[in-house]
Design a protein around this ligand. Structure first.
Ligand code: UDX
Length: 432
């Protein structure tokens, strides 16, 4: 099939190259000429394991192309995916849909033959209705259908999540459209993915509800971790003991710092905002947002306690600053809250992250990026494991720090307390 992906970010680029790898002809459109030119040279703007090889392979095969020419791309495609950004509006919980509506207007100008317009970006419930209205205003006749087909790609695992999805959610009641989408996704359905057909609004809500539920699950275990520390149990036992119940499931049930990323924080706020529009109170999700926003403060209190409330001039090292492992994404990472707070209390910060230097910290004093773990840790009073990169899972802390009573605060519980005890390391985890 001939597909057009509008927007070449995490969603558009990954979905586009994977659709191409399935044998479709895919054109990826972006208004950013520099980004398009880099993509043509195989330079990928996002850190996603395996993506650059896949782009190069499919670009070379001719199935994948890049352009800034939106009208051409629309005219030549049968299915048009809207994959532009839907960030949270400033000083509000609502999603900013200006890019989505701009693209919808543009699409309306160039529809000649029957087209399927798909919102793949995460968009608030009823956005499809609004896109349809815009198209009807601009297009001569209704020879299109507007559907919702949300993605469930995790950063760092996006390619795997595309090729092995649990389900393909398609929000439309149009038979012809369903048939076409069914054949587009046939290679994945034949490998076991379920085809879930709902109304358009239903599919939009499935996406938000899924992310909000995952955020709730994480916050649930994070709060139980607070309790576990007080009653002296190991939260990892609770996660395992609960997770083996098939009705609960063990994934997204690991305690850590506040959840971050470009989705959970944005999507939980957006679904609460949508509910408010429909005069419905989503009290649980509201409390999840509040609890997560408060989490960094709880972990910082513990840092302070472990340093006997003497933070001034203390040397604190962060191993990992991204919001999770296998990505370079810093969006809403809890390190962006914790590090500035420690600096304001007089701490001297070093950090190392396998994905490299972060300009997010440029505006702060008393912080430096270390090129390797050794130089990051050598003179630390406290080493904080903030992100669960594999690089940190088998470190020998006895050799890493010159200070014999260095404190290791493992915010991801990736180290073994028994081994730390055997090595006589001052080790503290989360919820244990
Ligand atoms: C998420 C959804 O998983 C994905 O389906 C959706 O399409 C986009 O948003 P992503 O934001 O890339 O994906 O990351 P994810 O792996 O979901 O982690 C989100 C946050 O939750 C991270 O900060 C992560 O560290 C945290 N997390 C995850 C936990 O704290 N504990 C867990 O057990 C799992």
């Amino acid at each position: 099939m001939k597909l057009c992906m509008i927007g070449t970010g995490y969603v558009g680029l990954v979905s586009g190259v994977c659709f191409a790898d399935l044998g479709n002809d895919v054109v990826c459109v972006d208004k950013d000429i520099f980004k398009i030119n880099k993509l043509k040279k195989g330079i990928i703007p996002i850190y996603e394991p395996g993506l650059s090889e896949l782009v190069k392979k499919n670009y070379k095969s001719g199935r994948l192309s890049f352009t800034t020419n939106l009208s051409e791309a629309i005219k030549n495609s049968q299915v048009i995916f809207i994959c532009v950004g839907t960030p949270t509006k400033k000083n509000s919980n609502a999603a900013d849909l200006s890019q989505v509506f701009y693209v919808a207007k543009e699409i309306g100008k160039f529809i000649k033959s029957f087209k399927i317009i798909v919102t793949k970006s995460t968009v608030p419930v009823t956005t499809g209705d609004k896109i349809e209205k815009i198209l009807l205003k601009n297009a001569k006749r209704k020879n299109f259908s507007v559907i919702s087909n949300p993605e469930f790609l995790r950063e760092g695992d996006a390619i795997n999540d595309f090729f092995f999805p649990d389900r393909i959610v398609i929000g439309t009641s149009d038979k012809r459209t369903n048939k076409l989408m069914h054949s587009l996704y046939a290679p994945l359905l034949s490998k076991g993915a379920k085809y879930v057909n709902s109304s358009r609004r239903g599919a939009e809500l499935i996406k938000y509800a899924s992310n909000a539920f995952l955020a709730t699950k994480i916050t649930f275990i994070n709060e139980l971790a607070n309790l576990s520390e007080k009653i002296g149990v190991n939260i990892e036992d609770i996660s395992i003991g609960m997770g083996l119940d098939k009705r609960i499931g063990g994934r997204f049930l690991r305690a850590g710092p506040a959840y971050g990323g470009s989705c959970f924080p944005k999507d939980t706020r957006a679904i609460v905002d949508t509910a408010k529009e429909f005069k419905t109170d989503l009290s649980i999700i509201k409390n999840v947002i509040k609890s997560n926003e408060n989490r960094s403060k709880i972990l910082l209190n513990r840092v302070s306690k472990l340093l006997k409330n003497k933070i001034k001039n203390k040397r604190i090292t962060f191993l990992g600053v991204t919001f999770k492992a296998n990505t370079d994404d810093m969006r809403e990472s809890s390190s962006l809250v914790m590090i500035p707070s420690l600096i304001s209390k007089g701490a001297k910060i070093k950090y190392y992250d396998p994905s490299g230097y972060k300009k997010d910290f440029d505006k702060f004093k008393n912080i430096s990026f270390s090129e390797n773990i050794k130089s990051a840790c050598i003179d630390a009073d406290m080493i904080i494991i903030h992100t669960e990169w594999n690089d940190f899972k088998a470190l020998n802390f006895k050799k890493l720090s010159s200070k014999k009573n260095v404190i290791v605060y493992d915010m991801r519980n990736i180290l073994s307390p028994d081994k730390m005890k055997k090595d006589k390391i001052n080790y503290f985890g989360i919820g244990r």
